[in-house]
Write a protein that binds this ligand. Sequence first.
Ligand code: FDA
Length: 505
Amino acid sequence: LGMPSSIHCNFLHCLDQSSQSSIPVYTPNNSNYLSILKSTIQNLKFLSSTTPKPHLIIAPLHQSHVQAIVVCSRRHGIQIKVRSGGHDYEGLSYVSDVPFLIVDMFNLRSITVDVEDRTAWVQSGALLGELYYRIAEQSHVLGFPAGVCPTVGAGGYFSGGGYGAMLRKYGLAADNVIDAQLVDVRGRILSRESMGEDLFWAIRGGGGGSFGIIISWKIKLVDVPPIVTVFTISKILEQGATSIVHKWQEIAHKLPNELFIRVLIKPLNSTKKMEKTVQASFNSLFLGDAEKLLILMKDRFPELGLRRKDCIETSWIRSTLYFANYQVEATPDILLNMTQAKEFSKGKSDYVKEPIPQIGLQGIWKRLLLQEDSSLTFTPYGGRMNEISEYEIPFPHRNGTFYQIMYKVSWKEAPRFAKQLSWIRELYSYMAPYVSKNPRQAYVNYRDLDLGRSKNGTTNYLRGRAWGTKYFKNNYERLVYVKSKYDPYNFFRNEQSIPTVALPQ
Ligand code: FDA
């Protein structure tokens, strides 16, 4: 599946002609090609010698470079993949079935914070940790409700919704986007005003890669108190984890919006003192001080047994370090230079709308005990998430959702992972009775090609419903309409992109 060299040359010639300054292009012969390709590949599953590699990596320095890339790749029929932070679960930003090139946004990563206006412009190539740092650099009482993991890129993250520890108070990152700059299929730079509300709606949660190349997002900053409190309390099965998780399911989505308690669940290996067991860690951010939190927890969740010494009072910026598994005493500068441990992994997601009975939870524990390096994360919804209509942006998992589940299995050696894949698929099928149905909903930012895939993004509307309605429910229809209107020839595409239909003239 090579790209004919004439196309290659013509394309490069076109780039040269269309841009006033030189655009960094890396061919496989370039000594930096491999290190750039690898730099942000988060899932090592897609870094094997058999994974298709891009013919070129282009790293625009300026928005005009992005315009030139779109114009020239369209003219020469070249498939592009856009990459910001490279965290896509299925590698959709840097792998393709057909010859392709990567538009890598890492040079476009500026962040401009306007404290007075309470807004910021964030370029796609910026990572979430950099955003947090730049906000905190200017204000201790402003923050932004973005992801738990600071190495995720703004480009993909906002495109799929984006949640984090403040979602119960402020909703998703995409709920707080007020403007954007995008390069469309004709190579034009559009703002919210010039793209119109349909396209502006679609890019805030409709998933990356379908509508254009986002250059930057304008976001609304939110209030954070000078002191927040974090804690993590772990319980194993022998300490009553099952009934505490069961209780958590009933209350976590109804707690005051300032309180976020997620549950990280994983198997623990046996030790001299202990048989193999399952551990549930209750990992929390409270937008207030410890004293208030203790009163609240005593009233609403006494089963967890929170004590003053479990609570760490800190600033919001340091709480982001805590959620990234650093000590709160660490210097926030590390947010500017953070690397995430890379791994081979497979993830999936679900939404839960009523508590899973204890017997159902026990079935999960049984499965976790069978698979090392497996985990589940339960993320509570409710609060602000309930108040936003499921049609406001494409992300539809709103009122009535108790919590989201992320399933993950990882492994250390490349060659064999059939066992891990069948393990996670079996767990997913076991969970069917306990989670959302018709459709069984899923989070688009936890891309999962098990839900269906189209070769080179050429599927039709009906086949695309297989994953489209899971990620977007009824918003799928509107996404197809917007896609068909703004990119009728399906230039921006990937294995699960939004398909087009012929619209009436
Ligand atoms: P990447 O660059 O791989 O892009 C993802 C998709 O968006 C691809 O289809 C890509 O083509 C497209 N895209 C990228 N840049 C674009 C641009 N400028 N314009 C148009 N399309 C573009 N999610 C969450 O909500 N909360 C969380 O806390 C976390 N935590 C987390 C931790 C870890 C370790 C991982 C691996 C993932 C998460 N996620 C997450 C999921 C994350 O939000 C999701 O993978 C994002 O799509 C990643 O965005 P990146 O820019 O990093 O990915």
